[in-house]
Design a protein around this ligand. Structure first.
Ligand code: GTP
Ligand code: MG
Length: 574
């Protein structure tokens, strides 16, 4: 394996190396190579030793986003001229170019005053047949005033890709690994959100905040879910919530004295109605005023009302909710788990990738298992190992001391800065992958519920096919949407994958495909994340193909096979 790839794998595993993010998926790429001293410290992807608390990391990224602008560039932009022009407004910390529908640059200035200077110098475009809505955001067009002199020049900037890696490319990249563990760390490295993509996500939140702030100046727009829980892969949606807590004065103590004043307000029937009305208005404003935001859908009657839209310059599908503090807490919980042991993220990414390729998860809502549920299943398995790899939620709560969090009468308490001694568990990722498939291939889903609070399965309180207790709203099931057909499909795929992993001949890099790649066989022609038509082969057909490839590889792998490799008796469902 190339040394550079191995360095990245080690970084993903141990996070001791902080490598520049433009890596194999970057079509070249120029990041923040600001000729000025780079005073900005990149918010690190956390590891156990150096991880910042979730709230510290969020605050840092929000502040950074407020000093950042997004610029649509002309096709013949040159990096040097671009830099010199922008730097005339103030010192630049970081910048990078990327391409979606055109070339864009994200520029982080050292101070907000530089943005004000850009805004003062910018004009509202005069259009011939249309009229521009004069909303002044931090999203600009860079105009080339000397078209003639540069017309022949091709773009000289290197652009970072913001797209999802294709399955073929992923399979090719991991085929050079030396072990299944290495394959899984490479999957993580290839699929995780890049530093630049994360910056872009916080910038979009910051732009949406400017719209909402017209009505609620003290609000914030906070990303949650996989954008910030450390389990996000490139192409995942951008979940945001409008946080009005700073306005409500919910946590304010009432002053003493003879009088006090309060705001006169409109009154509505419930908090839900207020949320629906606020989201409806903000959604309307985003739709009408926010540059780049299109396809607004108001989904206000859902259990959690939301507005959904696309932000075209970034390519993100955005879901904006309000009043969603419990989801924020579960995001932080997942973030903490992700930092406790490097195997957590690698296994979650591996399982999510496998599930996507097997058609177990989908980008469209439905009766499928969600990524959130899958993550809970992996966490549960890691709590159940002996010795455990991660603590239970009750153990995290016991360490919380004064950090008590009760939200809408639900106990959401856990230690935000949990320090865990390194786990005594030395299992490899290969072991854990096998265990995942065997554990869930024979789990008593008909009777038992998965409970990460206790780290133990419990009797199911209701008859949904799959029951995963919501860690905070404990009466709820996070996988209530899953039907029996989808659960059966998951179990079948898990059993089949357990069987594949047991085949000695498929464990060695000389086989083709081998190891984790052998689990990603179906849909090899489709691009992950976008596969609409799934050409799934029946299980028996896939196994047959693998057996054929095993036979073909037998000669070369015979010498490598461990003698008498024991095989556990997981039945293959055909
Ligand atoms: P992807 O978007 O699929 O990458 O993962 P995600 O974790 O962002 O999932 P999703 O966008 O579906 O949901 C965003 C967040 O909402 C999750 O991370 C959870 O914190 C929360 N969430 C999602 N589904 C549920 C649920 O059924 N119950 C609860 N309590 N929270 C949920
Ligand atoms: Mg999401």
């Amino acid at each position: 394996m190339a040394a550079s790839v191995w360095r990245r794998v080690q970084a993903a595993a141990g996070r001791q190396l902080r490598l520049p993010r433009p890596h194999s998926r970057s079509a070249g790429g120029s990041v923040g190579a600001a000729p000025v001293a780079d005073g900005s410290e990149e918010p690190d992807i956390p590891n156990k030793a150096t991880a910042k608390t979730f709230s510290a990391l969020q605050a840092e990224r929000h502040e950074q986003a407020e000093r950042t602008i997004l610029i649509s560039c002309p096709p013949n932009v040159t990096e040097k001229k671009f830099y010199n022009y922008l730097a005339s407004y103030g010192p630049i910390n970081k910048y990078f170019f990327y391409e979606t529908f055109g070339i864009y640059a994200l520029v982080e200035f050292s101070g907000k005053e530089s943005i004000e200077a850009v805004q003062r110098a910018s004009t509202i475009p005069g259009l011939q047949h249309e009229c521009a809505v004069p909303f002044k955001s931090r999203f600009f067009n860079l105009r080339n005033n000397h078209l003639g002199s540069q017309a022949a020049i091709h773009p000289s900037v290197l652009r970072l890709k913001q797209s999802v890696i294709s399955l073929n490319e992923l399979l090719q990249n991991i085929s050079g690994a030396a072990s299944i563990d290495e394959q899984l760390y490479m999957v993580l490295e290839e699929m995780q959100l890049t530093e630049e993509n994360t910056r872009l996500r916080f910038l979009v939140c910051s732009l949406i905040k400017e719209i909402a702030a017209a009505y609620f100046p003290e609000c914030s727009i906070r990303p949650f879910g996989s954008t910030v829980n450390n389990f996000g892969k490139m192409g995942c949606d951008l979940d945001m919530f409008l946080d009005l807590d700073g306005i409500s004065g919910r946590n304010k103590t009432k002053p003493g004295g003879a009088f006090s004043v309060e705001y006169q307000t409109k009154r509505v029937a419930s908090e839900r109605v207020a949320t629906q009305s606020i989201l409806s208005v903000i959604g309307e404003c985003i739709d009408q005023f926010a540059p780049g935001c299109t396809g607004m859908q108001k989904i206000l009657n859902a259990r959690c009302p939301l507005v959904r839209f696309s932000h075209q310059p970034s390519g993100f599908q955005c879901d904006l909710t309000a009043n969603n503090r419990i989801a924020m807490r579960s995001t932080e919980l997942l973030y903490i788990y992700s930092t406790l042991d490097p195997r957590v993220r690698a296994l979650v990414f591996g399982i999510r990738c496998w599930a996507r390729v097997q058609g177990i998860t989908s980008s469209v809502p439905g009766a499928w298992i969600t990524n959130f549920s899958l993550t809970m299943m992996v966490l549960f398995l890691l709590q159940r190992r002996n010795p455990p790899i991660i603590p239970t939620l009750d153990q995290l709560k016991a360490q919380a001391e004064k950090d008590v969090h009760i939200i809408e009468s639900h106990d959401c308490t856990f230690a935000s800065d949990y320090k865990m001694k390194s786990s005594q568990n030395t299992e490899t990722l290969e072991d854990l992958l096998q265990e995942f498939f065997e554990f869930y291939g024979s789990f008593a889903f008909n009777k038992m519920s998965i409970n990460i609070r206790k780290g133990k399965e419990q009797n199911k309180p209701e008859p949904s096919p799959l029951h995963i207790q919501n860690p905070f709203e404990q009466a709820l099931n996070v996988s209530k949407n899953v039907n029996q057909t989808q659960l059966d499909r998951f179990v079948r795929a898990a059993r089949e994958s357990a069987w594949i992993l047991q085949q000695e001949g498929l464990k060695h890099p000389k086989a083709n495909p081998w190891g984790f790649s052998a689990l990603l066989l179906p849909n090899s022609q489709t691009s992950m994340g976008k596969s609409k038509k799934r050409r799934r082969q029946p299980a028996s057909e896939r196994i047959k193909n693998l057996l054929d490839s095993l036979k073909a590889n037998k000669q070369s792998t015979d010498n490598l096979s461990r003698p008498n490799g024991h095989q556990k008796s997981i039945p293959i469902v055909r």
